[in-house]
Design a protein. Structure first.
Length: 63
């Protein structure tokens, strides 16, 4: 399991896309589970599951 805390927060959009693509490749080719915490709403478009937390509690599941 890979834990990634804000991996794209301070990157330009091209670099952010490269990081997300690397995560997807790792998941697809090795089955690695990736738990990523982000405030970047664009990252939601490229993941298979989104879980929202509010005040430390599960607020919503998506995808």
């Amino acid at each position: 399991m890979l834990f990634a805390d804000e991996p794209t927060a301070n990157l330009d959009s091209a670099s952010s896309k490269q990081v997300i693509e690397l995560f997807r490749k790792l998941n697809r080719e090795t089955g690695l589970t990736i738990l990523m915490v982000t405030h970047e709403s664009d990252d939601m478009n490229d993941v298979s599951r989104v879980i929202w937390l509010k005040d430390g509690k599960l607020a919503e599941r998506g995808m």
